[in-house]
Design a protein. Structure first.
Ligand code: FE2
Length: 466
C-alpha cells in the first residue's frame, strides 16, 4: 500500500560528505581562514552536494546505531570502514546532518569551525549555528530509542529581530528561571520588575504581541513559554475586564505558573511520545513543586501559588494534581487557556507548531470540559491574532502586511500585499473574503519575521488610507 520512498540520487555518497566535513573540521582547526587547503576542501564538498541539492534537496544524513543513512535509507556504500569517522561525529553529539537547498560554501566552513570548538561550550547547537549565519545546515541528535521519529532541532528561543522590550523580558525571565533551577531562592524583585515591563511596555507593542501570538518556530520550554503565557493571560484578563491590580496579580501568576519545571530533569520535560508512569508523575509534579517554591517566596500575590497548583486542572474538576472536585480559581482558568494556546503554537522536538487558526479550533474543542467556555470564546473572538504591522503569509503563499484588524475577524485581517523581493506594496487584500460556498478563500499560515533592519511602519499609514 505504501509508496516506496524515492531512491536517493545515485551520485550522492553520504560517506564522502561526512569525510569531507571531518577533514574540513581538522583543516579549520589547523590553518588560518583563507588557507588554500580550506578553499580546496570547501570546493570538493560544494561539488558533492551541488547536484543532489539541485534536484530539490534537502540532503539528510543520519547516523543510526553506527550506520549511515541517507534520506532514511541505509547507505550501502557507506557501511565499510566508516567506524572512526562515525565515532568522531557521535562523540561530538552529532548524529544528524541535514543540508538544505541554497547552502553556501561559507556555511560548511562555519559548521566545520563549530565542530572544532563544539566540545568547549555548553550553548545549544542551533543557537551557535545561527550566530555563525548557518541557515541551510542543521546538526542534531536522533532519538536513541525510536528512529522513526526524527528529532527535530528547533531553536530554544525566538530567533531574528525581536521587539527590544520583549527581548529584555525574555532575558530577565531566563535569568530568574536559571537561578531557580540552580537551587537559588526565587528572585521576587526581578519578578516584580518583569511584571511591570510586561504590563507597561511589552503589552503596548504590536510587534511583541505579533511575535507572541504567531506560530513559534522554537521550542520554548520554560522561560519563553512563561513570558508568552503571561502576555496572553494579560491580554485575556484585559478583555474580561479585570482591574489593574488583578491584572498585575494575573501576570505574575502566569509568569510563574510553570516554575516547578525548573526542578525536573530537562530530558523528561523534553521527552517526546508516551511517558512511562514514573515520568508522567514527575512531569505532573511541576504543579505541586511550583506551588511549594512560590509559597516559600516572600512578597508574591497569594494567588500565585494557587495558579501554579491548579493550571492543569479542568473546569469540571479532573486533570492534575488530584484536588478532588475543586474547581480552579478563575485566575487559574485564564492561565490554562493562555497555556494551552501557547503550548500548541510553539514547536516541540516531536511536533511542528500549530498555526493560530487551528490552535483556536483546538481550544474550542477543549472548551466546556477542560477550559472555561466563556474564556475560550473571549480569547478566540477578541484577541487580534495578527496585530497591525505584522508581516504574514497566506495559504496562497502571498506575503502581506496587516493594515486593518478589529472587524470581528481576529484571524482574517486586511493586508497590503508585498513584493517578495522589494517588499514594496502591490495591492490590498481582505483575507476575510469568502468563496461562493461560504468558506474563507485563504487563511494566514504564519507570521514572518521581517528581514534585519527592514522597518515596514512607513507602509502602514498610506496603506490604511488607500
Ligand atoms: Fe504547566
Amino acid at each position: 500500500m505504501s509508496t516506496p520512498a524515492p531512491a536517493p540520487a545515485p551520485t550522492l555518497d553520504p560517506l564522502a560528505i561526512l569525510k569531507g566535513l571531518a577533514a574540513l573540521r581538522k583543516l579549520a582547526g589547523t590553518y588560518p581562514p583563507g588557507h588554500p587547503m580550506i578553499g580546496q576542501k570547501l570546493k570538493e564538498i560544494g561539488d558533492l552536494v551541488a547536484d543532489p541539492l539541485r534536484e530539490g534537496g534537502p540532503i539528510r544524513i543520519d547516523v543510526i546505531r553506527g550506520d549511515i543513512y541517507l534520506d532514511e535509507v541505509a547507505s550501502s556504500s557507506a557501511q565499510q570502514g566508516n567506524q572512526p569517522l562515525v565515532e568522531q561525529l557521535t562523540a561530538l553529539g552529532i548524529d544528524s546532518i541535514h543540508i538544505h537547498q541554497g547552502v553556501e560554501l561559507d556555511e560548511f566552513l562555519a559548521v566545520a569551525e563549530f565542530l572544532w570548538r563544539h566540545a568547549e561550550t555548553g550553548e545549544a547547537v542551533s543557537n551557535q549555528l545561527a550566530s555563525r549565519n548557518v541557515r541551510h545546515i542543521t546538526l542534531g541528535k536522533l532519538l536513541p530509542l525510536d528512529t522513526k521519529w526524527r528529532y527535530q532541532q528547533w531553536p530554544d528561543a525566538p530567533t531574528g529581530p525581536l521587539d527590544p522590550d520583549y527581548a529584555e523580558s525574555l532575558m530577565m525571565a531566563q535569568q530568574t528561571f536559571e537561578n531557580t533551577s540552580a537551587g537559588k531562592p526565587l528572585d521576587v524583585v526581578t519578578v516584580r520588575d518583569l511584571v511591570q515591563l510586561l504590563i507597561y511596555k511589552v503589552a503596548r507593542s504590536n510587534a511583541a504581541l505579533g511575535q507572541i501570538l504567531a506560530v513559534k518556530q522554537y521550542e520554548n520550554l520554560t522561560y519563553c513559554h512563561s513570558v508568552n503565557v503571561a502576555m496572553l493571560s494579560l491580554l485575556l484578563g484585559k478583555h474580561v475586564g479585570l482591574s489593574d491590580a488583578m491584572l498585575a496579580a494575573l501576570t505574575e501568576a502566569a509568569l510563574l505558573h510553570d516554575v516547578g519545571k525548573t526542578q525536573i530533569p530537562l530530558e523528561v520535560v523534553k521527552k517526546p511520545g508516551a511517558l512511562d508512569k514514573a515520568e508522567r508523575k514527575l512531569i505532573e509534579s511541576h504543579t505541586t513543586l511550583g506551588a511549594e517554591i512560590l509559597v516559600q517566596a516572600e512578597g508574591l500575590h497569594p494567588l500565585t501559588p494557587t495558579v501554579a497548583l491548579e493550571h492543569h486542572r479542568g473546569v469540571k474538576g479532573g486533570g492534575y494534581p488530584d484536588l478532588g472536585d475543586a474547581i480552579p480559581h478563575p485566575m487559574s482558568q485564564i492561565v490554562s487557556v493562555a497555556d494551552v494556546y501557547e503550548a500548541i503554537t510553539g514547536a516541540r522536538s516531536y511536533q511542528a507548531p500549530t498555526p493560530p487558526e487551528r490552535a483556536c479550533l483546538i481550544l474550542a474543542r477543549l472548551a466546556g470540559d477542560k477550559l472555561n467556555t466563556a474564556l475560550v470564546k473571549t480569547f478566540v473572538n477578541a484577541i487580534t491574532f495578527f496585530p497591525l504591522g505584522s508581516l504574514v503569509r497566506t495559504t496562497r503563499n502571498e506575503l502581506g502586511l496587516v493594515i486593518e484588524t478589529g472587524r470581528g475577524e481576529p484571524l482574517h485581517p486586511v493586508i497590503t500585499l508585498l513584493d517578495e523581493q522589494s517588499y514594496s506594496p502591490i495591492g490590498r487584500l481582505d483575507t476575510a473574503t469568502r468563496d461562493s460556498s461560504g468558506a474563507y478563500e485563504r487563511h494566514i499560515t504564519e507570521t514572518v519575521a521581517p528581514p534585519d533592519g527592514l522597518d515596514l511602519r512607513h507602509l502602514l499609514e498610506p496603506a490604511r488610507a488607500a
